[in-house]
Design a protein. Sequence first.
Length: 405
Amino acid sequence: MEILNTKVAIIGSGPAGLLLGQLLYKAGIEHILIEQRSAEYVSARIRAGILEQVSVDLLKQAGVDQHLNEFGLPHHGIEILSNGEKHRIDLSALTYGKQVTVYGQTELTKDLMHARNEAKLTSFYEANDVKIHEFYNEPYVTFYKNGIEYRVNCDFIAGCDGYHGVCRATVPQDKIKTFEKVYPFGWLGVLADVPPVSDELIYVRSERGFALCSMRSSKRSRYYLQVPLTDKVDEWSDERFWDELKNRLDSESQKNLITGPSIEKSIAPLRSFVTEPMRFGNLFLAGDAAHIVPPTGAKGLNLAASDIAYLSSALIEYYLNSSKQGLDEYSEKCLKRVWKAERFSWWMTHLLHHFETESDFDIKIKQAELDYILESEAGKKTLAENYVGLPYELKRLEKIKNISC
Ligand code: APR
Ligand code: PHB
């Protein structure tokens, strides 16, 4: 058995784990990253692509914003199409100048992995049978790689291993409470090298179901359709996808829509899920390991980033200032923000999707609620404020002595 010693063992190489690694490295805190999949698999995964300003700021702090600055698309508004009519939500005007940035999570993951390689940080990809131990006392992680058994002794374990990971699953049942809502439909997503139908994202509520027109660049589009969970991807030819998307759009968008062969097509189920608490002794859960949101509010990646903002600053405070305050407050602070984003994502999903079980009355009430939101300054402001991201308070890192980032 190979024995390694480090301060923080990070499980999972998604955006949460990679970002935490980069921030710890910048602060001079030793860590080891352990991921069950191959680096190629991780860097090719296609996910959502909207960054709140606070996430962009964090990437800047981590020193991985070069590509983001070059290729990220600042967006100052979104469109909501309801009853065949488009309504613009002027995000910047409604939130004192805030914006979001369109930048694919795939690109972000690649940037973070590149920075990790450049800094020659210790990572184990294709780690088998990853297990976490003794996290209420002196934690360690075990796994196999190329037939060799490893043991990593550490002060803390960061469980950044996503919804299906091992960290949350290892917590004793009597120490954890989970809250869950599963939606009775999925999103069929298509990526295609065609110019986007519009300069801004269009969220569509139609009688045929929800649709979303998004993008990755001026040449690459990302579109989604609400579909029954029983649908299979191979039942959706490109032609059927484009026809259905057109059917859910307004006449102007129908005219502007440019179609082409899909380069990726998949169906994702929608789920709301929260774990309480997010800390178990010396184990800290972050990102999808602790909570899932339906993608309608574009909050998944941003919540992972805000957890990491809290966790990295708590660990830095612990190692550089010998203070446990940030670690002790971690769970409570994260969950406060998590539940607000859960509420917003649930609300957007509820408002814009068609539910089979809705009565005619439910449909009318929902339409009235959406009309109110779109016609009222207060309504639009509520939507915009949540969409660009609610603020979170962090101890200014400069106050933590010796910090190099
Ligand atoms: N051991 C090691 N690694 C594991 C294990 C395990 N037992 N189980 C899962 N992993 C890895 C996965 O292979 C994945 O690479 O943990 C990583 C988790 O990454 P993500 O699922 O991307 O989760 P997170 O980093 O929290 O990112 C949140 O990504 O999933 C999207 O919608 C989500 O946008 C949000 C963001
Ligand atoms: C995406 O571009 O993939 C995307 C954008 C906004 C969302 C969800 C997904 O709300």
